[in-house]
Every structure is written in C-alpha cells, then in structure tokens.
Design a protein. Structure first.
Length: 277
C-alpha cells in the first residue's frame, strides 16, 4: 500500500505511486494520511524538509569520497594479487584507514550542522564541545567491530570464485563498481551521526523544558516492517521520555540508526524522531 510521506506534496505522491493504485484510492490515502499528520503534529514540515535536503547534500558529497577510498582499497588488493597470486595474503592490504578518515570528517560536519540547527530551533544554545561529542560517538561506533573489512573480503572472494584466470580476477577487482555500496555507507554513517547528535541536543534542551520523543518512519513500500510497527506504536500521543529506549523488533534503540542495534535495523534507515516540546 502506498502512502504519502510527511513532507510529500500531492503531485509528488501521485507520480511516485500511480503505478500501484487507482486515483480514487490514492486520493483517499493522501487525505487520510495528511489528516493523521496534522492530528499527530509531526513537527515543522519545512524545518524537517530543509534538514533532509541539507543531509542529502552531505550524503551526495561523501558518497563520492567513500567511493574513492573503496576504489583505492580494491586497487591495492588487485595489485597485490597480480604480483603475488590469489593464494597470497591479500587481506594485509584490505585497509579501512582512509575510509574511516573520510567518515570522521563526515561525522564532524554533520554533527556541527545538526547541533546548531536543533539548538536554534528549540531555543537552546549550540554545544561548545560539539566536536568532542562527535568524536566520542565516532570512536564508539568504530571501536566495536570492523565495519567494512568483512564485506570487502566477501566481495573479493566472490570475484575470485566467479573468474578462472588471474587476469580476469585482477580486472574484476579493479573494475568493481563501488558506488552503490559507497552510498549505503555514506547514508548510514551520516544518518547515525545525525540521529546521535540530534538526541544529545534535545537532551540539553530538556533541561530547560519538558521534551518527549516518538518514532516516525517514512511510510512507503521501502519501510521495514519493524519500523512501520514502531511508527504505529510510538506515536505523538504515546511519546516516551528522551532517556528511554524504543523496543524495535526486540532491539532497544534510543533513536533511529542507533548503532547498538543490529545492522538490519540501521543500514539505510530513513526514520527520524518526532518531539513533543
């Protein structure tokens, strides 16, 4: 079933969903969902839309940077195999140092923007120690597990199995298209920075005025079932305290893209928090 997103105008909704439903049903869905949004008071739509647009600019920029780092890693592995053979320890050059440097910069840029934006929106002051906070979030995220080496190894091993000759293997590794993976990485990691810093900003604001939170999913055919259920259960009228976790399919999450949750709940997640202030 196709429904409009919280920021989507009528024409955009019709263009996106007219392949799926007839116009009377689409019109009905649009009216019903808009009524729900107005009733629930899903925040300041221009504010949220402009925030999303800026985040998409960040994601587009860092997709290119992440792709370059992945291309460099694949190039190094291809060269190592070309010189030493497929049985050599090519994992030695499966490095994520460059990728982590790029993402650290992305975390900082995102964190500064989100902290300033939410602090100004809700009447607080920007965090003078925002960079230290973001670095702490980044280090916690990347200290738990090697996030990228395993997936790179899986892809390289698949290329090795799919090709017979050494030349074909090396060529397949060098020419592997890293753009789709780079976009997933950029969107997920900058989204983690966004959600983490946003909640910290709201916790500071909660010292000045009461604040509660609720879960809001993007209601289209891409939403996870677990996130649709969270959106349905944690509504504005049943908002929870900022320091309480959401139970999302058995995972306790402080916010969307909480990196303590399993990857299946955070990768490419497009949900966000709504607030009752």
């Amino acid at each position: 079933m196709c429904y409009p997103n919280f920021y989507e105008d009528y024409d955009s909704f019709i263009n996106r969903c007219n392949h799926e439903l007839d116009y009377p049903t689409l019109n009905k869905n649009f009216r019903e969902r808009r009524s729900m949004y107005l009733k629930e008071g899903l925040g300041d739509i221009p504010f949220l839309l402009n925030t999303e647009r800026r985040m998409n600019i960040f994601i587009d920029s860092y997709t290119g940077k992440v792709e370059k780092e992945l291309d460099d890693v694949y190039g190094s592995i291809a060269l190592f195999i070309a010189l030493n053979g497929i049985d050599a320890a090519w994992e030695l050059v499966n490095s994520t140092d460059g990728l982590e440097r790029v993402l650290k910069s992305g975390y900082l840029e995102t964190g500064e923007y989100i902290d300033d934006r939410y602090s100004n929106k809700y009447g607080g002051e920007s965090n003078p120690f925002i960079n230290a906070l973001v670095i702490s979030i980044f280090l916690n995220r990347f200290s738990k597990v090697d996030l990228f080496k395993k997936r790179t190894s899986e892809i390289i091993n698949r290329i090795i199995l799919e090709n017979d000759s050494l030349d074909d293997i090396v060529d397949g590794i060098k020419k592997h298209n890293n753009n789709p993976r780079a976009r997933v990485i950029a969107a997920t990691e900058l989204g983690i920075a966004q959600s983490s810093v946003e909640l910290q900003a709201m916790l500071r604001i909660a010292k000045l005025k009461p604040v509660a939170k609720y879960w809001v999913g993007v209601l289209d055919d891409r939403i996870r079932d677990s996130h649709f259920e969270a959106t349905s259960f944690y509504t504005r009228s049943s908002a929870i305290p900022l320091n309480q976790s959401f139970n999302v399919n058995g995972s306790m999450m402080m916010h969307p893209r909480d990196f303590n949750a399993p990857a299946k709940e955070i990768v490419n997640c497009r949900c966000y928090l709504g607030y009752v202030v």
